[in-house]
Write a protein of this length. Sequence first.
Length: 363
Amino acid sequence: MSGQAWDQADQERFRAGLQATIDAFLDEQAERLAPLGDDAARLVAEGRAAVSGGKRFRAAFSYWGFRAAAREEYDDRSVLRAAAALELLHASALVHDDLMDASDTRRGRPATHRGFAALHQEQAWPGDPDQFGAAAAILVGDLLLSWSDELLRRCGMPWDRVGPALEVLDLCRSEVIAGQFLDVSVQARGRADVAAAMTVLRYKSAKYSIERPLHVGAALAGASPEVLAALSSFGLPLGEAFQLRDDLLGVFGDPATTGKPAGDDLVEGKRTVLVALALDGAPDDEAARLDAALGTALTEPEVAELRGIIDRSGAHAQVEAMIEDLARGAVTALEQARSAVGLDERACAVLEGLAAAATRRVL
């Protein structure tokens, strides 16, 4: 079997094991909350929906970060439970993010707050459907956040390994929440230069998407500070490239691929690196048009117009070049780390494949 085929087969086994792990944990939670009746069942069902689908990148980087750093025999079920905790954290962030952005959809289905608002209307309950939907989304997100901690804490590994991994998860959650507030703040101010947009990107997404999941897995394997630093040299630039690709998808992506309306980031007024570069590079009149249109309801022709401004400004090409440079640097750093700190060769091959998958998603 070729290395590539082995990697693909191993990835498929990982994804199947991860899904079974998530399903079993959520079944346990559903049984625990069953005495609370139908309302609690709705809460759990929405949590289950929120954590379904997606690329599973965070869990994958955590799992293969563990295997890259592991030096002894281990229980794969415990590693999968720890990796699944990252997916619950991600689902929590998405539910809250959709509420803050007033998004209508997520992965082709109504966003959590929209779904609960629709339920309120269908049942003809008194009060404000949108307020009910917002309250429900906050609670679903909080529940998923609590479950992420529980799943890692109860993953089955000894405490001398779980404790350091939880410390990484604590840091990860603080960074992503603070990064989210930076994002909310720059949108409220209606401006962000490239440096500010990169700071938001790094803390809201890059670290929590790849670097910290790698660290959670490696810490669970008993990795030294030197190993964690080596994984950062791979994970942080790759996380930045990953989010830059996401920013391109948010403007140029096909709704059939993204599960979001066309140009959704423009409608939401996202002050991304892509937008900051476009505002810097476009002629004054086009920059003013783009700036004024951000965060407003846009027709398809208007989205196409703004895409044209971004293309002509050179920002699209600049971001593509940044992604390529960051991804190439990350893979080079992983190759150097493999020999410098003795990372597992087969796990590194999978991590390199994940790097390509994370940064080459189509528009």
